[in-house]
Ligand binder design. Structure first.
Ligand code: S3P
Length: 450
């Protein structure tokens, strides 16, 4: 079991890029596998979560050719041969590992197939709520059964079914639920509509458009017509802003620091973290260009003395994955930061409200816990501590960043989990601790397989 040992830094001047976006990599693998030909995916995220989704598409009949690998992690550039919407029965259960996104999107994909399938995952995933997808999918006619020890949880057994279209009002603002229903809608008769209570990340809609499938948006309602065939295309995955967020906070909280993150996804449904950091007093420059339907660009950030802020309710779905590291920024800021309306954090890879509050308090921060969030009284100096990741990648990484600002040494235990979303995080952390600055210091070797 690996661990991070972190000590304070005095300087951060660096320029690098982070690995590919997790949300987009899952979707690119699924859509490419469904499409009508060969799709080259570049800068795919070779993380355990996304590799599981890639393996799932291979198990469902889409052959994959690996062109290049990120050494020690997995496929970076690859060619997936789409099956023109005709998937085949897998030989056994499909393992989604730790990934809620993988399981929920694949459930949507499999709901309308003519074969039986089973989706399973690790202990964390087997305790996360699946009712949010089984309810709408059953309304569409799916025969999907959560068979876990915990009611409503994975494994999910999906029997053959013919789907009808529905209009579904989602009770929670979840891009995973929206995407599961839209993917099922591709295999349903008629037009399926999902209404979101608040805007959620729109990568499914954008990527479907790149594959020649149109969705229509009317306010917060998104509709898709069944029976469309995805047209094969190539896609380069931009860097993951949720991974960049760790370093953005590290630079933001260090007066005099300068950080340039290159080629990162700047989709407006993902960039609320930048607005929050600006409100906290950070100076930032963004340059955006578009690539295959997704905004991509560089972010240059200059460190400052941070001040607390209140997260807006409308921002929460847009920065849900960044809240652990925003809480760390809040502890380093002067004044009060309020995070409410974020109950969803309790059903992520861990209960992220409990785990963040626990670890912040262990470092000397002053935090009140609420059912739906927390309030952090910033400005109390952090001290090094012995912390657990609780097996949650974002908790491990957020507290590695906290350790950069705490007196003494911070040890984070159980850090293998970072590979679910950020292969190479340990390498980047070591480069930051050693005050490296050049892109080459952050680059991992790539092995050609073609
Ligand atoms: C994701 C959506 C978010 C996010 C998750 C990835 C996606 O979950 O927390 O890490 O790729 O659709 P919800 O949409 O369920 O909130």
């Amino acid at each position: 079991m690996s661990e991070f040992r972190v000590t304070p830094i005095a300087k951060l001047h660096a320029e690098f890029s982070v690995p590919g976006d997790k949300s987009m990599s899952h979707r690119a693998a699924i859509l490419a596998g469904l499409s009508n030909g060969a799709c080259t995916l570049r800068n795919f995220l070779p993380s355990e979560d996304c590799i599981n989704t890639l393996n799932a598409m291979m198990a469902l009949g889409a052959p994959c050719e690996i062109l290049d690998e990120l050494a020690g992690f997995g496929p970076l550039n690859l060619r997936l041969y789409g099956q023109s919407m005709r998937l085949r029965a897998p030989n056994g259960p499909i393992d989604c590992g730790n990934s809620g996104t993988g399981m929920r999107l694949l459930a949507g994909l499999l709901a309308g197939q003519s074969f039986t399938s089973e989706l399973c995952g690790d202990a964390s995933l087997s305790s996360r709520p699946m009712g949010r997808i089984t309810i709408p999918l059953r309304q569409m006619g799916a025969n999907i059964e959560p068979c876990g020890e915990k009611p409503g949880c994975a494994p999910l057994v999906i029997q053959p079914a013919k789907l009808n279209s529905i209009r579904y009002e989602m009770p929670v603002a979840s891009a995973q639920v929206k995407s599961a229903v839209l993917l099922a809608g591709l295999f349903a008769d008629g037009t399926t509509t999902v209404v979101q209570p608040a805007e959620t990340r729109d990568h499914t809609e954008r990527l479907l458009a790149s594959f020649g499938v149109s969705t229509r948006q009317d306010g917060n309602a998104i509709s898709i017509d069944g029976g469309q065939i995805l047209q094969a295309c190539d896609f380069t995955v931009p860097g993951d802003i949720s991974s960049a967020a760790f370093w953005l906070v590290a630079a933001a909280a260090l007066p005099g620091a300068r950080l340039l993150i290159k080629d990162v996804g700047l989709n407006p449904t993902r960039t609320a973290i930048l607005k929050v950091l600006s409100r906290m007093g950070v100076r930032m420059l963004e340059s955006v260009h578009h690539s295959q339907g997704e905004p991509v660009g560089n972010i240059e950030i200059h460190g400052a003395s941070l001040t607390g802020t209140t997260l807006l309710e409308s921002e929460i779905p847009n920065l849900i994955d960044e809240i652990p590291v925003i809480a760390v920024a809040a502890a380093l800021a002067s004044g009060r930061t309020i995070i409410r309306n974020a109950r969803e954090l309790r059903v992520k890879e861990t209960d992220r409200i409990t785990s963040v509050v626990h670890n912040l308090r262990a470092m000397g921060a002053v935090v009140d816990e609420f059912d739906d969030g927390m309030e952090i009284q910033g400005g109390h100096p952090l001290h090094g501590a012995d912390l657990d990741s609780f097996g949650d990648h974002r908790i491990a990484m957020a507290f590695a960043i906290a350790g950069l600002f705490a007196t003494g040494q911070t040890v984070i235990h159980q850090t293998d989990c970072v590979n679910t979303s950020y292969p190479g995080f340990a390498h980047h952390l070591a480069a930051i601790l050693n005050q490296r600055s050049r892109i080459e210091d952050f680059t991992l070797p790539i092995l050609s397989r073609s």
